[in-house]
Write a protein that binds this ligand. Structure first.
Ligand code: FDA
Length: 389
């Protein structure tokens, strides 16, 4: 059987592309190796799916080409997706400004996309073991005992995050086979590991400002058994390059740590040194003071030279932890890198030199911040491919 379009991967981007293309009258098949469709959507946003961010801009994405996402994001906006959500009567709420979640369950988003696909006559082949993809008059997608032929194919198998949910590099391999370059993939939105983690701090959470180079995020951080996590860390992790600029953490964001600590000394001369860090969680304050002056140090603040207090303030406001790496794809929310956008048209998501080949979603070198941006990229790029393919 020959289809107009075969969509490889029935996740967020693939379902959007399939529904859009089907609604235009194209004969569409979605191939996915999973037994159940949209598993990443189901677990997203703690089961409530943070399905978009109302204030999505190209600046919220990492890519070798910072402008690549602009066109798709403008053609299919967060408001467009929200209109679909409302048409399906899915109750939603805004958590932090701009971040939209389902009131009830992420499953509603999967059901919505499936019902759009059904209305558009999209066919599904689940449990599909996709082998070689070749191109003659049409594309041929080899399956175990069968093949699917299609005039156009859309690569939508996502990134490498969470392999136990079935993440693979299939789109990257097929793209490479057709001569497209790949920006080396790495885990992103991922907890970081410390060279010398302090297990006593596991579970301690606090607001921080996390910085790498010129980029910084102010949000919560949490110590884990192996390192650091929480939204501020996940966000900044996407900007980490191995041998480049260090991670710097301000544990007292929004304050002048040096002035604050010296002020505490003046106001509470008879207090213990740990009083300097009373604004921090107690376990962390204790650990920082112990590291600075030793566990057995006993003295009143008045006896601590200002120079030592300033040194502690620097450590607290510009802490540069030694990182050993990340928790990897097993714990990453997304993959950074992917199909090099230089080979794709930002207007259509088609490969410039391979007529009929399209790539969308996380498989493409466009990686969003935490907060609904990655789904918005999936919807926008999926829509654009769906109307163009
Ligand atoms: P997606 O991963 O959705 O779909 C890929 C599909 O391809 C899957 O159905 C898979 O089975 C299939 N596939 C893969 N390899 C295959 C192969 N070899 N053969 C056949 N099929 C194959 N984003 C956001 O904006 N808000 C949020 O709340 C969250 N929350 C979140 C939580 C967690 C735990 C994770 C891991 C990720 C998120 N994300 C998120 C990120 C978001 O889920 C992700 O960016 C999108 O799902 C990407 O959409 P895609 O369609 O590109 O890939």
């Amino acid at each position: 059987m020959i289809f107009d379009i075969a969509v490889l991967g029935g996740g967020a981007a693939g379902l959007m592309a399939a529904a859009t293309a089907g609604a235009r009258g194209a004969r569409v098949i979605v191939l996915d190796h999973a037994a159940e469709i949209g598993r990443k959507i189901l677990i997203s946003g703690g089961g409530r799916c943070n399905f978009t961010h109302l204030d999505t801009r190209p600046e919220n994405f990492l890519s070798e080409n910072r402008h690549f996402a602009r066109s798709a994001l403008a053609r299919y906006t967060p408001r467009n997706f929200l209109a679909m959500v409302e048409r399906h009567r899915i109750a939603w709420h805004e958590k932090t400004p701009g971040q939209l979640f389902c009131d009830n369950s992420a499953r509603q988003i999967v059901e919505m996309l499936l019902s759009e696909c059904k209305a558009a006559g999209v066919e599904f082949h689940l449990n599909a073991n996709i082998g070689d993809v070749s191109k003659g008059d049409t594309f041929r997608v080899a399956l175990d005992h069968d093949e699917v032929r299609a005039s156009r194919i859309i690569l939508a198998t996502g990134g490498l995050a969470i392999p136990k949910l079935g993440a693979t590099d299939l789109s990257l391999r097929i793209a490479k086979r057709f001569g497209l370059d790949i920006v080396p993939p790495t885990p992103a939105l991922v907890p970081l590991t410390l060279a010398a983690p302090n297990v006593d701090l596991a579970g301690v959470a606090l607001p921080v400002s996390a910085r790498i180079g010129k980029r910084s995020f102010s949000d919560a951080m949490v110590f884990t058994h192996r390192g650091l996590s929480g939204p501020a860390i996940l966000q900044i992790s996407s900007y980490r390059r191995d041998d480049a600029e260090p991670l710097e953490l301000d544990l007292l964001p929004g304050t002048d740590a040096e002035a604050t600590l010296l002020d505490i000394k003046r106001q509470r001369p008879r207090a213990e040194p740990s009083a300097l860090l009373a604004a921090l969680p107690q376990r962390l304050a204790r650990a920082l003071v112990d590291t600075a002056w030793g566990r057995d140090m006993r003295c009143d603040l008045v006896n601590l030279p200002d120079r030592q207090i300033k040194a502690l303030a620097t450590r607290v406001a510009r802490w540069r932890p030694t990182l050993s790496g990340t928790e990897g794809y097993a714990k990453a929310e997304v993959m950074r890198g992917g199909i090099d956008t230089r080979h794709l048209s930002s207007q259509t998501m088609s490969a410039r030199h391979v007529p009929g080949l399209f790539a969308i979603g996380e498989a493409v070198d466009v990686t969003g911040w935490l907060g609904g941006y990655n789904f918005q990229w999936a919807w926008s790029s999926g829509y654009v491919a769906g109307i163009s393919a």
